[in-house]
Ligand binder design. Structure first.
Ligand code: NAD
Length: 274
């Protein structure tokens, strides 16, 4: 495995298993710098969203990189108000314009807004059919949301991007989506940074001479998760990609998995109000 090693999605599209997340990175110099640093280091996958308000900077850094467009995998997400207003198509074209790209590699429904996600999916299927999106997927979906979607969907979602880290391993959710051939993508893979001081993680990092962030991210990779750690600092972006010259053994993997306490840092997909 190496930095741009990919997972094959259910429609044959390849997604690099490691990407850079840019949630809470400011539009302008901060996001441009982070994306440029990641591309320099060898990342080929960037995860943004309409809601992050930095699509313009992500697109600018990608265009200015001189790396061929088809070598970079770009994810963005349809934000909740569009599902309530029913203007998903307009929102999609808005993201495309902000990014300054001709197509999106992966477009996700950001949250399962109850009154809107079934219709939103049909709009995304249409845009996918037109070739404007290479793969369409979900974020923050629980099994029952998928069951509802499946009643009318004609395209199987390619991924479900969910909060996932050792305190929230979501074993049943992962198994359910995988049984439908839907890949699992982990958001807040470092627990928003809070897991970096966890004593088990710190001890295992000491055992193998790696950093806590590397131990956490390697745990994700070995569990088959697509992973999108966020940083805007070049040294951390570099550190978070140095994951391919070591492995955790079974005992270390099991100890980390046993940290699960079903504890979220973010909102609950069955009870959110935004
Ligand atoms: P994360 O788990 O990636 O943690 C990020 C925090 O850890 C930052 O504060 C950063 O400074 C720190 N950090 C990163 N690398 C470090 C290192 N090597 N050493 C020390 N500290 C380090 O949290 P996140 O940003 O919430 O999640 C990652 C990405 O997932 C986001 O940027 C976004 O792209 C995506 N996301 C998606 C959703 C969703 O609803 N789909 C929600 C949240 C995040």
């Amino acid at each position: 495995m190496k930095i741009d090693s990919a997972v094959t999605l259910n429609n044959g599209v390849h997604i690099p298993q490691l990407g850079l997340g840019v949630y809470m990175a400011d539009e302008g110099a901060e996001t441009e710098y982070a994306v440029r640093a990641a591309l320099d280091v060898g990342y080929r996958h960037i995860d943004t969203a309409k809601a992050y308000k930095n699509e313009t900077s992500v697109g600018k850094a990608i265009r200015e990189s001189n790396i061929p467009r088809e070598k970079i995998f770009v994810t963005t997400k349809l934000w909740n108000p569009a599902l309530r207003a029913g203007n998903e198509e307009e929102e999609f074209y808005g993201s495309l314009r902000s990014l300054g790209l001709d197509y999106i590699d992966l477009y996700l429904i950001h949250w399962p807004v109850r009154e809107g996600y079934v219709r939103a999916w049909s709009v995304m299927e249409k845009l996918y059919g037109k070739g404007l999106i290479r793969s369409i997927g979900l974020s923050n979906f629980n099994p029952h949301h998928l069951d509802t979607l499946e009643q009318t969907a004609t395209v199987t979602p390619a991924v479900n991007q969910i909060e996932l880290h050792p305190l929230l391993t979501q074993d049943e959710v992962c198994a359910y989506f995988r049984s439908k051939n839907i890949a699992i993508e982990a958001w807040s893979p470092l627990g928003r940074g809070a897991l970096l001081a966890n004593p088990t993680i710190v001890r295992i990092a000491g055992e193998i001479g790696r950093t806590p962030a590397q131990v956490l991210l390697r745990w994700h990779l070995q569990r088959g998760h697509i992973v999108i750690p966020k940083s805007v600092r070049r040294e951390r972006i570099t550190e978070n990609a140095a994951l391919f010259d070591f492995a955790l053994n079974d005992r270390q993997m099991n100890e980390i998995s046993a940290l699960n306490r079903n504890e979220r840092f973010g909102p609950d997909p069955d009870n959110f109000n935004f």
